[in-house]
Design a protein around this ligand. Structure first.
Ligand code: ADP
Ligand code: ZN
Ligand code: ZN
Length: 736
């Protein structure tokens, strides 16, 4: 028995690891990546062993023994430990918390790993094997299984489910002594025969798709931007790239934006491939998530598909990584360990020496810049795959115009014409509820959230007031709390109001509203959209949920009710996001055979960048925006970090930022790092907590990170750091 020091990463905010003593026999290096239970203060925590050493700097009287070592084989591989150490360092976050974020809750809580379990499978008996292919004519189902076994020798329960072999038919064959049950090692159920990989035949790629598909080189690191207009067949290219990875005996990791938004993509992978697919996203139960994570780790699942959290999943042998809609903001984690799933994927591809494909119709400026500088290879799909031609985009100047539910006369006329032509229309507004503010017409009283001190959104069904920042919900007062009059009025419009108005205008046409209030479940959205898919005339009204991923061929008109939200935003990324949104919404229009139309309602019809977007498309728009960013040294030409703090006591929230600010000014880098703040955050208060922020910009990534590292380790142990909630956001995507 040897006494060893274990270096352990614990799920605590401190950016450091902890040494513990343990008794151990055997090869101590086998311990790295295993979970342990260790005492910490007066609690017991589950951490990960990241190193084994003969000496420790921890004083002997402070040294404690670990309680138990949970795993006998590592949960986290060496390569993944390297990944997470890099990520912890890059995002200035505690390694223990990073590791915790990467594993499913059940395993975080100490549940045992499933080992290479043996699972049951079916194969022919000697008698069954001798039977000719044409036998069993009387039962088509039995014959189907018999034929499958002649070709593939065996199938597991999951294969049976996939192929629709029912248990009664299996039992019938067993009773005839034609097949028998055996135990096979689960993780080595190989992809054997290429024709059993696919459920349906791939489409014949067009020239551009072929060129893109063939440009991707396997078994070597390479980052590719698949820049293809909506409907240009990016997904088909992904599918065929994944098939290549599977044929090479490797896995594919596929990232998609928030699941509710693109239910169809997962479906297309499931339809195409007959291999086990592990889904990882938040609408999957904890038990399933743990199961899928382990299927990805063991290599049993050949395809791992999910939202940003899938970027952290353990993989056995990845061969390709695909990030669909790479510009999507949902790839950035917005609390705790604030990683960018896209950037993690690029790092992992480098680690594993494999290709990573970033696809988008509206690439982020970061990715576009990387392809301009040649770091990423730029693959373009300029044509829509089907016969559809790109839609015609126009802006409508709504200055001085009378609006009804936020829509101007000409937009309503266009909707009418579209319906008369038996086509479908879409109205996009990124604001749910009936109206963003409710006030008293007599005295001016306004319904405000007491926690955030900002107007509450008025919802009419069910009738209530809702604060979309802190989620507080109140009833609508019967009379004005201030003057007792009942003269309520509202200002602005939300999706509910547009829905109501259009229902009145077009009583014979279904108006379908898609927003968070109508689609609490994934199924609800699919159900609501059924009439739209059926192709009969209808109007869709929705928030950004509707802007993404849906292929509704009958939509011929898209109206963007308010482009000003982003154009007038104080955040420098506002304009980029409007450009992406307009282009994505435009992608919804005219997907079938006729040309579609997009109308953008705006008070800024002369906005120079919007004019470029309309006249020349997203690419020219993005190139001009890049020039502006370069001029002002903003990302991707500079690097930024945002430190946020919040507290019920504003002075506490401010104190930590001032401490950091002081420490930065004391370093040698005060000339190269530009700072803004400390100052109040754009939303100054949420749910009774006052919010502040401090921004840093630097044209050297290295310098920014070195400075932050030094400063954070200095301040995190101070009393001010413990009195308030604060966080570091590297490469932030929003300043909210
Ligand atoms: P994207 O992902 O770029 O939006 P999709 O891959 O969804 O585009 O393709 C849009 C439509 O075109 C889909 O209906 C798809 O089936 C079809 N499509 C894609 N590639 C081809 C092809 N090579 N031949 C015929 N149809 C195609
Ligand atoms: Zn009043
Ligand atoms: Zn609130």
């Amino acid at each position: 028995m040897n006494k060893l020091y274990l270096e352990i990463a614990l799920p605590v905010p401190l950016r450091r690891t902890f040494d513990y003593l343990a008794n151990f026999q055997g090869d101590p290096n086998g311990l790295i990546g295993c979970r342990v239970q260790a005492p910490f203060g007066n609690q017991t925590l589950i951490g990960i062993i990241i190193g084994v050493k003969a000496q420790s700097e921890t004083p002997a009287d402070k040294m404690k023994d670990v309680h138990t070592i949970i795993d006998d084989t590592p949960l986290i591989s060496h390569l993944d430990l390297q990944l997470f150490s890099w990520a912890a360092n890059y995002y200035h976050h505690s390694l223990g918390e990073v590791l915790h974020a990467s594993i499913p809750q059940k395993l975080r809580q100490g549940e045992r790993q499933e080992h290479e379990q043996r699972i049951s499978a079916w194969k022919h008996t000697a008698e069954g094997m001798g039977l000719p292919e044409t036998a069993l004519k009387r039962s088509k189902k039995q014959q189907e299984i018999h034929r499958y076994l002649l070709q593939n020798t065996q199938f597991t329960r999951s294969t049976a489910q996939r192929l629709g072999f029912s248990s009664s038919v299996i039992k019938a064959l067993k009773d005839k002594n034609l097949i028998e049950e055996i135990l096979v090692k689960d993780s080595i159920e190989q992809v054997q025969i290429s024709n059993s990989l696919l459920n349906n035949t791939p489409l014949a790629l067009n020239q551009e798709q072929t060129a893109a598909q063939e440009s991707v080189i396997f078994h070597r690191f390479g980052a590719y931007l698949l820049d293809g207009v909506t409907g240009s067949g990016k997904t088909e290219v992904y599918l065929q790239l994944v098939a290549r990875a599977l044929q090479a005996g490797t896995q594919a990791l596929v990232l998609i934006p928030e699941i509710g938004l693109s239910p169809q993509t997962v479906g297309r992978f499931k339809d195409r491939f007959s291999v086990e697919i592990a889904e990882l996203h938040s609408s999957i139960s904890e038990a399933k998530r743990a199961e899928h994570w382990q299927a990805a780790k063991s290599g049993r699942a050949k395809i791992v598909i999910g939202t940003r959290l899938a970027a952290l999943a353990a993989l056995n042998k990845p061969g390709i990584i695909i990030v669909d809609e790479e510009h999507d903001l949902s790839y950035k984690q917005h609390d705790g360990f604030r990683y960018s799933a896209r950037d993690i994927c690029v790092y992992r591809a480098k680690q594993h020496n494999i290709p990573v494909v970033l696809g988008s119709a509206t690439p982020s400026l970061e990715t576009l810049n990387n392809s301009i500088t040649g770091r990423y290879q730029h693959l373009k799909l300029t044509q829509r795959a089907s016969t559809a031609t790109p839609p015609h985009i126009d802006s409508i100047d709504i200055r001085d115009q009378q609006l009804a539910a936020g829509l101007c006369e000409s937009a309503i006329e266009e909707i009418r014409h579209t319906l008369q032509r038996q086509q479908q229309a879409l109205v996009f507004l990124n604001r749910r509820g009936f109206a963003p503010s409710l006030f008293c017409h007599h005295c001016g009283w306004q319904a405000k959230c007491t926690g955030c001190e900002l107007p509450m959104t008025f919802h009419s069904h069910p009738r209530h007031l809702h604060c979309h920042r802190c989620d507080r919900q109140n009833g609508v007062p019967r009379a004005c709390p201030s003057c007792k009059n009942q003269a309520f009025s509202h200002r602005g419009s939300g999706t509910e109001q547009i829905e109501l108005y259009l229902t009145k205008q077009f009583p014979n046409t279904p108006v379908i509203r898609i927003d968070r209030d109508t689609t609490s479940s994934k199924k609800a959205m699919q159900k609501l959209l059924e009439p739209a898919y059926a192709g009969t005339p209808c109007i869709l009204v929705g928030t950004q949920m509707l802007a993404k991923g849906h292929h509704i061929p009958g939509i011929n008109l898209a109206v963007i009710a308010d482009a000003d939200q982003g154009l007038m935003s104080a955040d420098y990324r506002g304009v980029e996001q409007v450009g992406q949104l307009v282009t994505q919404v435009a992608g919804r229009a005219g997907r079938a055979s006729s040309t579609g139309k997009v109308l953008i309602q705006t008070h800024q019809p002369d906005h120079p960048l919007m004019r470029v977007l309309i006249a020349e498309g997203y690419n020219s728009f993005a190139v001009q925006l890049l020039a502006e960013r370069k001029h002002s040294g903003l990302p991707p030409y500079g690097y930024s970090a945002l430190i946020r703090s919040e507290s019920k006591r504003p002075e506490n929230a401010l104190a930590i930022l001032q401490l950091i600010h002081g420490a930065i000014k004391n370093t040698g880098n005060k000339h190269t790092i530009t700072t803004i703040g400390p100052m109040a955050a754009p939303i100054e208060k949420i749910g009774n907590r006052f919010r502040f922020q401090y921004q840093l910009f630097c044209n050297s990534r290295k310098e920014l990170h070195a400075t932050l590292k030094a400063v954070l380790s200095e301040v995190e142990v101070k009393a001010e750091a413990r009195r308030t909630r604060w966080s570091v956001d590297i490469d932030p995507v929003t300043s909210a």
